[in-house]
Design a protein around this ligand. Structure first.
Ligand code: N01
Length: 538
């Protein structure tokens, strides 16, 4: 029987101890607010606590994927590789928690299950579940730093319960190491997580089936150790590095040619794409300015990547199956790999087309598709997340007059700036739907949100305001803007998780803001400077 502990009141409650939540806690404490941060995990780290599958690594470079809010922190921390691996990012976030003495206000192993706004007291009451107790706590402000990709999705194939082997989800990987030596393994899913875990499992397992529904565009990371000279070069002028990132569409600076892809000659294009392919990483998507907006320009890069697959994969049929078709490059998240395509040249790895031959059920001994049965010892689900809205809708959130967020968002998420929701006063979402979030370097975007929210709360204190609510009109205009901006790009033309297309029954709405980090920041700053236009302060 769960124990109930007494209720406490804070100025602010934060949900989630990842990049956004830790920084928010530090910032609000600096303003003198009383704050409680809840997280279901037994360590800080957010997504980097849970996604600890072999090969887990960020696809932004280390210096970009780190905080800028404290100069001494960025000077003191030294990243060891070009792209940080999961254990190193987790160490970094633990270092941040210790360095800023955050742990005293963090309550781990505590899952927030409900949040209810009280119109009379203009405050939130949050319900939580711990290992052996439930609890309520209240606060004037509720800040959801729950992450965009934190609710894993397991497809509802029948039969999972009777599978006699072990199964895993990449986003909920065990803490002890998993040994696939001598085992027959199936991996379902070939997005970013699948592409990272597949080469690692292939090195260990006796035989690996890769069950692919959609081939994606995948480019090499060319990860490597970082030299101290490279580190010094950035640290000697970190401010300029950060300024460049802040002024870049993605919140990370990638060089772009100053002509359109269609103006360049075929030879020039090939040379430009080849140089970026050799350099590695998603910078290739920024080669020309019209790649995200013009399908004919986009095709030139898509064809280049397709030609690389044909070079890298020996078996023609496998290469053909790995070749993405039917959507522009970049309309689904570009995947950055290490040794993915060469993995299919091993004679112990077999690619299965589960679009042509769909998975019917999980059996006691493996996976049965329409035509075949695959007997395996272990199954790895790399099947992604209920992105952006899932983590918020997974909590029973009720705003003014008891209206649920589930009801409000029944046709898709509506927000003002991706930061606030009309009808849910004093609630903020960090990097939520309607903000650049997953379309950007999310660390830059969370820092911008944290700063904006902190400045707002300071403003409210200085002026004696107790509540802030986005107006329905401002919210509707923002929703229209988010849709219009996305419609001017190639982003809406794929069945992506950006659109909720990976979750059966989820409303098909393009969720993040595609106008880019600098434009988004400018809009947020203008709104703040204009006395928080579109909000009612009381
Ligand atoms: O998830 P995904 P992810 N039957 O949704 C397949 C970030 N991330 O965890 O494409 C068969 O991309 C699904 O097939 P399809 C990054 O933003 C970053 O890989 O829907 N297959 C797809 O292949 C990323 O985009 C990093 O047809 C099924 C796969 O499962 C985001 O997280 C690392 C299926 C899911 O791919 C999500 O990535 C990891 C079914 N019923 C993640 N259902 C880095 O920084 C789903 N699939 C490097």
């Amino acid at each position: 029987m769960a124990r109930r502990t007494p209720r406490a009141h804070y100025d602010a409650i934060i949900v989630g101890a990842g990049f956004g939540g830790l920084h928010m806690l530090h910032r609000l404490r600096g303003l003198g607010l009383t704050v409680r941060l809840f997280d279901a995990a037994d360590q800080v780290g957010g997504t980097w606590f849970w996604n600890r599958y072999p090969g887990a690594r960020c696809d932004f470079e280390s210096h970009d994927y780190s905080y800028e809010f404290d100069d001494q922190l960025q000077q003191d921390w030294t990243w060891s590789e070009r792209y940080p691996a999961q254990p190193e990012i987790l160490r970094y976030l633990n270092h941040v928690a210790d360095r800023f003495d955050l742990r005293t206000d963090i309550q781990l192993r505590t899952k927030v299950t409900s949040a209810q706004y009280a119109d009379d007291t203009e405050s939130w009451t949050v319900g939580t579940e711990g290992d052996d107790h439930t609890e309520t706590a209240s606060a004037q402000f509720l800040i959801m730093a729950t992450g965009a990709l934190s609710l894993p999705r397991l497809p509802d194939f029948p039969g999972i319960d009777r599978f006699a082997g072990r199964w895993y989800h990449t986003a909920n990987w065990p803490h002890e190491s998993v040994d696939f030596t001598g085992k027959k393994v199936a991996v379902i899913g070939t997005g970013s997580s699948g592409v990272q875990v597949i080469p690692r499992i292939a090195q260990q397992s006796e035989y690996l089936y890769v069950l692919q529904r959609t081939a994606g565009f995948i480019v090499p990371a060319h990860n490597r150790p970082l030299s101290l000279d490279e580190d010094d070069a950035i640290k000697s002028d970190y401010q300029a590095y950060r300024d460049r990132a802040r002024e870049s569409y993605l919140g990370v600076h990638f060089p772009t040619e100053d002509v359109s892809a269609l103006e360049a000659t075929p030879d020039e294009r090939t040379a430009a794409y080849e140089a970026r392919w050799q350099a590695g990483g998603s910078a290739i998507l920024a080669t020309y300015p019209d790649l995200p907006t013009d399908v004919r320009a986009n095709d030139t890069l898509a064809d280049f990547v397709r030609s690389k697959i044909a070079e890298l994969v020996v078996d023609d049929d496998t290469a053909k199956l790995l070749t993405p078709q039917g959507f522009p490059i970049g309309s689904k998240r570009l995947v950055v790999d290490t040794e993915y395509y060469p993995t299919f040249n091993r004679d112990t790895v077999e690619l299965i087309d589960v679009r042509a031959d769909p998975i019917e059920e999980i059996t006691e001994t493996g996976i049965r598709t329409s035509n075949t049965e695959y007997n395996v010892d272990a199954i790895v689900f790399a099947t992604g997340f209920d992105a952006l809205t899932g983590p918020l809708l997974n909590i029973d959130i009720r705003g003014t007059n008891g209206r649920t967020l589930t009801d409000k968002w029944s046709a898709g998420p509506t927000t003002y700036l991706g930061l606030a929701i009309a009808g849910f006063p004093n609630l903020f979402s960090i990097a939520g739907p309607g903000s650049p979030s997953v379309l950007s370097n999310v660390v830059r975007s969370t820092e911008q949100h944290v700063e904006w929210i902190a400045e707002l709360l300071q403003h409210m204190r200085e002026h004696g305001y107790r509540a802030i609510a986005a107006t329905p009109d401002a919210e509707q205009r923002w929703v229209d803007d988010v849709n219009d901006v996305a419609a001017a790009t190639v982003l809406t033309s794929a069945n992506s998780w950006y659109l909720g297309a990976n979750v059966p029954g989820k409303p098909r709405v393009f969720m993040p803001y595609a106008g880019g980090v600098p434009e988004y920041r400018r809009i947020c700053d203008d709104i703040a400077a204009d006395n928080y236009r579109g909000f009612v302060l009381s």
